[in-house]
Design a binder for this molecule. Structure first.
Ligand SMILES: Cc1cc2nc3c(=O)[nH]c(=O)nc-3n(C[C@H](O)[C@H](O)[C@H](O)COP(=O)(O)OP(=O)(O)OC[C@H]3O[C@@H](n4cnc5c(N)ncnc54)[C@H](O)[C@@H]3O)c2cc1C
Length: 393
């Protein structure tokens, strides 16, 4: 193999040297999460994926690193800037999308909803314990009849005295069966409202969905509400209408934009390594033009995704990010990552379908990531609406 010319960056996973654009704090946050992922996630995640189990043993370690609700201020949260939070997601998803999904749902969906729309009492009661990983949250928005159209919500909330009575069901809820607290969205006579439903509330139940080929190391559940009574003090007072849950989703999508770069990096690294070492027709696989073009294409997709993520993070830090900008980045980066993962899987030949290699696990996971938090089509339509002013939904 010819040596890489000295004028080229040494790190193919950071081809434009974006590490140099990060602050010391951002670099430190990334390095500490990377260490956890290398030492504690990667060695065991394959078995969790095969057994369909979530690595709960890692929750205290994630909490100790401050990654739960990392971008929130106060209440025991780390108050990190958006790029630091994004880099946390990137490193976690380099291990497995299940870890990033857990952190997204805990921090960007459940904790964010309470932080942004909750009462002072609700914040003080739940957020410190959620940041410490002692209370696990889930976010119940999607329903069986169609996640892309949440305005068609069928779950109802009816006032009864000083309480609310909830009825309905939710589908595909991350963390559902392991959650102590559910941020649940329901339709009342006054419009869509958010409620905090604690585990064990009579009539509330969660069933784990175990028939998945994707995100197998993440818990996904269906939720059922049968005459569930919650007090008025468990309603999120600041949440009125669908805009509230959609605002939370925008936070989580931001994490995905960075996260999927990590999954793609893991697959690219595997493809680079394999193509350098695999000997076919008397030479390394990487000596073929067709292989180099594919590797170059992976590098291009990852580099473009990294640049998009970093700029999105800087815009968010400046308070100048729009939902359509998040949509474009979620769409682009998920599409790029899944293409890299699928191509890396193919480039590894038969070994590519083995659990010993990471691309197939990431490719399968990314089938969920490209679907949840708004499918690719929904983000294309959101961007189309922003460009034309016409809703085509
Ligand atoms: C592993 C996993 C975890 C999840 N975790 C959560 C969670 O924690 N909380 C939560 O609330 N939800 C969660 N979801 C749900 C997720 O957000 C939804 O699956 C997603 O929004 C899509 O909804 P749907 O599955 O009902 O598909 P549908 O809405 O039925 O969409 C089906 C297809 O139709 C397309 N489509 C829809 N509308 C249009 C249109 N107007 N024009 C053209 N095409 C269209 C879609 O792009 C898609 O391809 C999770 C999903 C998965 C798979």
């Amino acid at each position: 193999m010819p040596e890489i010319p000295p004028d080229l960056p040494r790190d193919p996973l950071d081809f434009y040297d974006l590490a140099a654009q990060l602050s010391d704090e951002e670099r430190e946050v990334r390095a500490s999460v990377a260490r956890l992922v290398d030492e504690r996630v990667i060695p065991g995640i394959r078995v969790h994926f095969e057994n369909q189990s979530f690595p709960r043993e890692l929750i205290p370690e994630l909490a100790a690193l401050g990654v739960l609700g990392a971008s929130l201020e106060g209440y025991g949260c780390a108050g990190l800037n958006p790029v630091s939070y994004g880099l946390i997601c990137q490193e976690l998803e380099r291990g497995d999308s299940a870890l990033r999904s857990f952190v997204s749902v805990q921090g960007s969906l459940s904790m964010y909803a309470i932080h942004r729309f909750g009462s002072e009492l609700q914040r003080a009661r739940y957020l410190p314990r959620m940041a410490a990983g002692e209370v696990i949250g889930c976010f119940g928005l999607t329903e069986p009849q169609g996640g892309s159209d949440p305005a068609n919500m069928q779950t109802t909330a009816r006032r009864r005295g000083g309480s609310w009575v909830l009825n309905g069901s939710k589908m595909w809820i991350t963390n559902g069966s392991i959650a102590d607290l559910c941020v649940l969205w329901a339709r009342s006579e006054e419009g869509i409202r958010g409620f905090l439903v604690e585990k064990g509330t009579p009539g509330f139940s969660a069933t784990e969905l175990r028939n998945k080929f994707s995100l197998r190391a993440s818990v996904t559940s269906a939720l059922f509400l049968d005459e569930v009574v919650v007090p008025e003090e468990n309603r999120l007072p600041g949440a009125a209408g669908l805009k509230a849950p959609l605002t939370c989703l925008d936070e989580a999508r931001f994490g995905i934009v960075f996260g999927v770069v990590g999954a793609a990096q893991a697959c690219f690294a595997a493809a680079l390594d394999y193509s350098r070492h695999r000997e076919l027709f008397g030479r390394p696989l990487a000596a073929n033009q067709a292989i180099q073009i594919r590797l170059a294409d992976m590098c291009r997709k990852i580099t473009a995704s990294q640049l998009l993520a970093l700029q999105l993070g800087r815009l968010k830090d400046a308070g100048a990010v729009s939902p359509a900008q998040v949509s474009l980045a979620k769409w682009n980066n998920c599409r790029a990552a899944i293409e890299v993962a699928r191509d890396a899987r193919d480039l590894l030949g038969g070994a590519g379908i083995s659990a010993e290699q990471v691309p197939i696990r990431h490719a399968l996971n990314l089938e969920s990531v490209i679907t949840y938090e708004g499918t690719e089509t929904i983000h294309q339509l959101a961007l189309g609406r922003a460009l034309t002013g016409i809703s085509a939904f």
